[in-house]
Write a protein that binds this ligand. Structure first.
Ligand code: GDP
Ligand code: MG
Length: 446
């Protein structure tokens, strides 16, 4: 199961744009991998046998998608409670993982996270392998205003770890985070070092730090670290990049260990609490329906009538260009586009490339384009822009496209792209609607 699933998910990870085609292909692969599990087989059989009506294929597809979705959610949720630091005692956290996976960065983020919640936090740098490791800790800990410990001269990581933890225990720190090197001349030596540091500091929780772009290697790597360092939690870093963290599912499945946080950027506060459903939604390119709905609920309190209307339209799968424009301007008002846009289903990944500024300029141009549309064009489903042949199939674009491009100071190509993106969004909304659609399914899940 693991290997097949991994292959499917890393293919998804590699896809530059997750459109319906990619999504369908992934679902096929994932389904076929999952079908090897008896539990899923039984579920799928029930779906296919249930309600034998013709013309219910769409429902079946949705039910099947839901079954796959549920199974993936179950896979990243091993049902194990991670350790929770307690006040009034030292809580020792040790970070392990290969070099470059984001340990040092994550240690600081964790310290900031706990410090913000009233735990006096400190970092111990037990990476003596890499010159400059202590400097990195010193700089980021200083920036984060958390205490740190390390040495420029001591070469034994075990001794530094023990010294640092003893010092911070004595000074009554609540959370003491031990950062390790993740590299050695020999792999076996690295694992031996993990064992020794573990014995020296006796961590309450060891965390495996994994890079989101890890694909097939996740299973073997996590097993090896589990054996040497018996970690009790996983943090997946660089979730803000193109990789969606599919490999992490295998790490969870192979080690029965929960993911607790996601690293979502290079800054101190870029650490999100992990939650299985949005993670799988994003992985499958479905957008974060839950996050989107939470956001819509926020807006609903500001403007109840309008949002009720929007939710109803979403439910019915009837979104006009005007509705989409509203979604875009909502996105623009909600903060950095890289954070928000991934919640909106159907918002193409190209939009998110480059800096936040570039992304927000792209969104602005989209708004300019819609500003040049007439009221009836905005209320349409894009029909007025389409030339249709006798058979009802689209044959090209109408003069309106050129008019809008001229009016908005953009190009025909950009207008065409916007219409195309709107279509994708509208189709997704359609799939989301209906009695057995995603939207309903997600709503029930809450
Ligand atoms: P270590 O070798 O495991 O200690 O890894 P570092 O913490 O030094 O991180 C390696 C690189 O990954 C650095 O350039 C970090 O800024 C970057 N990095 C770590 N976490 C994240 C993350 O969540 N998002 C992004 N974009 N970069 C990250
Ligand atoms: Mg490091």
């Amino acid at each position: 199961l693991g290997r097949k699933l991994n292959a499917a998910l890393s293919a998804l990870n590699r896809a530059p744009v997750v459109d319906e085609k990619v999504l369908d292909a992934t679902l096929k692969e994932v389904t076929s991998a999952l079908l090897e599990s008896d539990k899923v087989k039984a579920k799928v059989k029930a779906v296919l046998e249930g309600g034998g009506d013709k013309g219910k294929d769409v429902n079946k597809k949705n039910m099947l998608q839901k079954a796959v979705f549920d199974e993936l959610v179950a896979l990243v949720d091993p049902g194990v409670e991670p350790y929770k630091p307690k006040k009034g005692q030292p809580n020792i956290i040790m970070a392990v993982g290969l070099q470059g996976n984001g340990k040092t960065t994550t240690c600081t983020k964790l310290a900031v996270y706990y410090q913000k919640r009233g735990f006096k936090s400190a970092i111990v740098c037990a990476d003596t392998f890499r010159a400059g490791a202590f400097d990195q800790t010193r700089q980021s800990a200083t920036k984060a205003k958390v205490a740190y410990f390390g040495s420029y001269t001591e070469t034994d990581p075990v001794s530094i770890a023990a010294q640092g933890v003893a010092k911070f225990k004595k000074e009554r720190f609540d959370v003491i985070i031990v950062d390790t090197s993740g590299r050695h001349k020999q792999e076996s030596e690295l694992f031996e070092e993990m064992v020794q540091i573990g014995e020296a500091v006796r961590p309450n929780m060891t965390v495996l730090i994994l890079d989101a772009s890890i694909g097939q290697a996740a299973e073997a790597q996590s097993r090896a670290f589990k054996e040497a360092a018996d970690f009790g939690a996983i943090i997946v870093t660089k979730m803000d990049g193109h990789a969606k963290g599919g490999g992490a599912i295998s790490a969870v499945a192979a080690t029965k260990t929960p993911i607790i946080f996601l690293g979502v950027g290079e800054h101190l506060h870029d650490l999100d609490r992990f939650s299985p459903q949005p993670f799988i939604s994003k992985l499958l390119g479905l957008g974060d329906m839950q996050g989107l709905m939470e956001h819509m609920q926020d807006l609903a309190t500001q403007n109840p009538d309008k949002q009720k209307e929007m939710a109803k339209k979403l439910e019915e799968g009837k979104l006009s260009i005007r509705d989409w424009r509203e979604q875009i301007s909502n996105v623009m008002n909600m903060g950095p586009i890289s954070k928000i846009a991934s919640m909106i289903p159907g918002l193409p990944q190209e939009l998110l490339q480059g800096s936040d500024e570039e992304g927000s300029n792209r969104l602005k141009r989209m708004i300019y384009i819609t500003d040049s549309m007439t009221a009836s064009e905005l209320d349409s489903d894009g029909g007025p822009f389409m030339e249709v042949g006798k058979d009802g199939k689209p044959t090209g674009l109408t003069w309106r496209v050129t008019r809008v491009a001229k009016g908005s100071g953009t190009t025909v190509r950009e207008v065409e792209e916007l219409l195309c993106q709107y279509r994708m969004m509208a189709n997704m909304a359609k799939n989301a609607g209906g009695k057995n659609g995603w939207f309903q399914a997600m709503q029930k899940m809450q």
